[in-house]
Ligand binder design. Sequence first.
Ligand code: NI
Length: 171
Amino acid sequence: MIRPILFYPDKRLRDPGKEVEEFDAELHQLIEDMAETMYAAPGVGLAAPQLGISKRLFIVDVASDEDEPSDLRVFINPEIIATEGEMTFNEGCLSFPGVREDIDRAERVTVKALDQDGQPFELEADGLLGIVIQHENDHLNGELMIDHLSVLRRRMLHRAMSKRAAADAAQ
Ligand code: NI
């Protein structure tokens, strides 16, 4: 089931997610819904708080916007345990439709997380996968791409998104 994605400045995007404790059918249904929602958008990553669900859970599929077989990865209660280097990437976010911004990130990350069955794994990632992991991990802390921008750029984007939300609400 495709679920509605929250748009900035919806305050629920600022809620830090809670640790996932139950790896049950309900969680698996949520992951399935998240994947369906992400592919339909389309996007390369989606975090549970973007659906108004306060859980430390995100999914990533960086192959989904290319002509490659899908490569869905699930990260539960993740923790970035190491970062290396710096890079700038032109990012988008499903909670900021139509917006692209240059964001500074680490070039490579090591992330520790649980899979959908609660099994721990560790992954080292760079390139687009590394970027998306950092972006989605931010969502679990209530942090958004706008927080990485200069004060001026942040103000402009906040104004544009607020205007858009007001127009949507008036419809
Ligand atoms: Ni995002």
